[in-house]
Design a protein around this ligand. Sequence first.
Ligand code: SF4
Ligand code: SF4
Length: 274
Amino acid sequence: MQEFCAAGVCPVSALGLGAHEREWLGRLCPDAQSVLVYLFPYFAGRRPGNLSLYARGRDYHAVIRDALTPVADRLCERHPAHRFAVLADDSPLPEVRAAVLAGLGAAGQNGLLIHETYGSYVVIGTIAASLPIAAAQQRPRACLGCGACVRACPARAIGAAGVDPARCLSALTQRGGDVSAEEAALLRQHPLAWGCDACQTACPMNRDVPLTETPAFRENLIDSLDADALDGLTRRAFLEKYPGRAFTWRGPAPLRRNLALQRGADTQQTENPS
Ligand code: SF4
Ligand code: SF4
């Protein structure tokens, strides 16, 4: 089955890449001319839980790679003189900008891509190509500019310039190491142990979105983790217990810290990055 719901292409020249991004892309795909962009819907319903919705199924990085690698292989066979490299939200490439330029949606005030049907419940995969490919003109429906995401953000992370990643709870819950007193206060009040869905839940473009048809995003879901589930686990044991999950890449330490803060416990003993 085809996991992605939409595909488009944008020229690399339109992305406005900085020197670091250009150098990085050049190493992966020398003389990259185009970026093929694919959207993968992941919404599987709103069941209670303390993991962000995107992290409850199989790790989306792996889902994207599994889906796009055969596409890139076919392109290589058809165009043997060119290079095609799969990227799965694991690079400095500005995926949201690429998706907007490819006509697949609009950039929301919350910094996420908004697709007309699936709202912001999509993850973005790309294939960088040395082949110049003409981009089709599409007119995506824009973000409504309603400000619901701004009002819903518990960290006040959304401003006129977009989302401040230093304040965003999605990033903060995933960060290892110490947190400041202000950050600890935010984490204490936050209902999730991993990620943050507040701006997406509030967004009217996410109302009544269809459920994903991708089995990896709708089967074997883990909605929640508690302290008992993490108790005594080394990093290796954690990865073995929860293979192929997006919430494992930092090991168990950030999750333990977040859960401890929610319980009001002293976090000093949860910072061990084991
Ligand atoms: S993910 Fe959460 S903290 Fe980050 S911008 Fe959205 S509502 Fe704010
Ligand atoms: S809540 Fe409103 S302003 Fe924010 S991304 Fe959604 S449509 Fe745009």
